[in-house]
Each structure stands twice: as C-alpha cells, then as structure tokens.
Design a protein around this ligand. Sequence first.
Ligand code: UDP
Ligand code: MG
Length: 309
Amino acid sequence: MSQPIKLSIVVPVYNEQENIPELSSRLTQVCSSQKTSYEILFVNDGSTDGTLDAIRKAKQKDPNISAIDLAKNSGKAQAYTAGFAEAQGQIVITMDGDLQDAPEEIPNFLKKMEEGYDLVTGWKYTGKGKRSLSSKLFNHVAGKLTKLSIHDSNCPFKAYRSEVVKNLKVYGDLYRFIPALAYWKGYRIAEIKVENYPRQHGVTKYGASRALSGFFDLMTVAFLTQYIKRPLHFFGLAGLIFGSIGFLIDLVIVIEGLIIGKVGHQALLLLGLVLIIISVQFIFTGLLAEMQFRLFQEQGKDIPVYKKY
Ligand code: UDP
Ligand code: MG
C-alpha cells in the first residue's frame, strides 16, 4: 500500500490564469522542501478564462498538482467542499489563488500544527488597508457572539487536521466563520500572523454586497453555535418577554375597565394582544425547532468530536 499523503494544499480559483504559473511553482518549491508527500489541489470554480489550461500546464511540471474542475461557478464555499472531499492529506492547507497568501509561509502553519492544534488560522495584520475599521468591528462582534476571540476570522490562509475538514460542513458564505464553527465543535484553534500581499493579477471577485451577507452569516453562526441544541431557550425567551409585556398591558387595561366600567386605551389593548400572539408564535417556533433537532439526534447525526487512545 502506498504511504498516506501528508499534506494537501487546497486552492479555490476563479479566473486566475495569470496567477497559476507563479503560485504553482512557488507551492511546488515549498512543498518539496518539506520532504513529505504532498498534493496541490486547484479547485477550478467554473473559470471562463484559461485557468484550467494553466493548471494542466503546471501539472506537467509537478505531477502532485491536480485540478478539481467544478461544472459551474459555484462560489468559494462549494469549491472548499469539493476540495475537502478530495483532499487526502493528514494536514490540509487552504489559501487563495491570487498570491495574496505567500506559499513560503506554509511551514509556519505546519510548525504551529505540531503543537497539537486542530486548526491554525492566519491573521493578516499588516495588510494594506485590508484591516479596515469595519473589518475590526466585524471580528470583534463575531468574537463576542461566537465566543472565539480571534483577530481575523475571514483569512483564507489556514491549516487543518484532516478530520476537521471532513467534519465541517461549509455552505453559503459560512467559510468565513470556519474557526468559530470548528471551535464550537470542540477543536483546538490557534492563530498565527501572516503577510497580506496585494493581489498579483486579475480582479477581486467580490463586491460591496459582501458586508450585508456577512451580517446575516454572523447571525446564523451566532445562533447555530449557541442555540442549535436548545432553540427553545432562544425563541422561548423572546416569546416570554413579548408575552409578559402584552399580558401586563392588557391586564392593567382590563382592571381599569372593570373599575371605571368601560374599556379605554383601545390602541394599547390591541398592542397587548398583538404581543401575546407574537409570543405564542415564538414559543411554537422554538418547539418546532426543538423537534427538528431531536429528529436529527435520533437519526444518530449528532456525533461529538472525540479522540481514542
Ligand atoms: N474564488 C472562487 N470562486 C468565486 C470567487 C472567488 O473560487 O466565485 C476564489 C478566487 O479565485 C480567489 C479566492 O477565491 O482564489 C478569493 O477571491 P478574491 O481574491 O476575489 O477575494 P478577496 O481577496 O478580494 O477577498
Ligand atoms: Mg484576493
């Protein structure tokens, strides 16, 4: 039987034809100097330029290079999903394909992984204009909500133990919260500083709409990591708060009505009723969510992370 592969590099690429030659030759140089077996998986995310050809050419120079060719442009999360499914290495490194992450820093990740971490994530601390105020604020809020305080949740440059990538389901844009999701599952996370170089060729694939979707994703991750196993605690609390306020308002109005013989404050009375109805809806939503999670558990899908010695 052949030796297991030690290292997999997963690089999602969408229209990066000009960056592939330099990136692949630098990757080959770094990986081969590690004296371990490795594979470089370029996930071609439905590129419309010569990216796939560029990967094929690179493969002629280094047979450890492969292309995973997605049928259509599906986004970075799906590119990661395909790359993670194919990766055979005991350690998986992810990085961007535009040379903003330097292959020469891979050994720093490997060294940190040797300390026993399950995931080592990069922190782009010198990036020119990259760590903007909004990004700092975002990471701060994300840290508070997900209880994992790191500087740069979004950095694409990361190293994982293979078990982590096989265990993580990244969908939508949630790859930006991989550290929080992994931490929630119980994996050990570390952060190391990395350089942030300017994109070498081509243009960024994302526009301003990313900020808004980032906000929704943060909500999803915050909710998932804290309440997925006890959704009623979230919905029930909201229901109780609304319901109590509504009940109190209506109680006062009814008592007042009994005393003075007619019901006043009709708008307030309505508000109270609406709050009570909303509260019932919240509580039932919570119960439905509890049922859903119970079903998931009964199907044996709620498996904890563990090690066997
Ligand atoms: N990318 C991808 N699919 C997409 C968009 C981007 O695989 O639909 C890749 C892209 O080729 C690059 C990485 O994801 O390797 C990061 O993209 P980009 O550099 O445009 O993002 P930015 O650095 O501007 O945040
Ligand atoms: Mg980039």
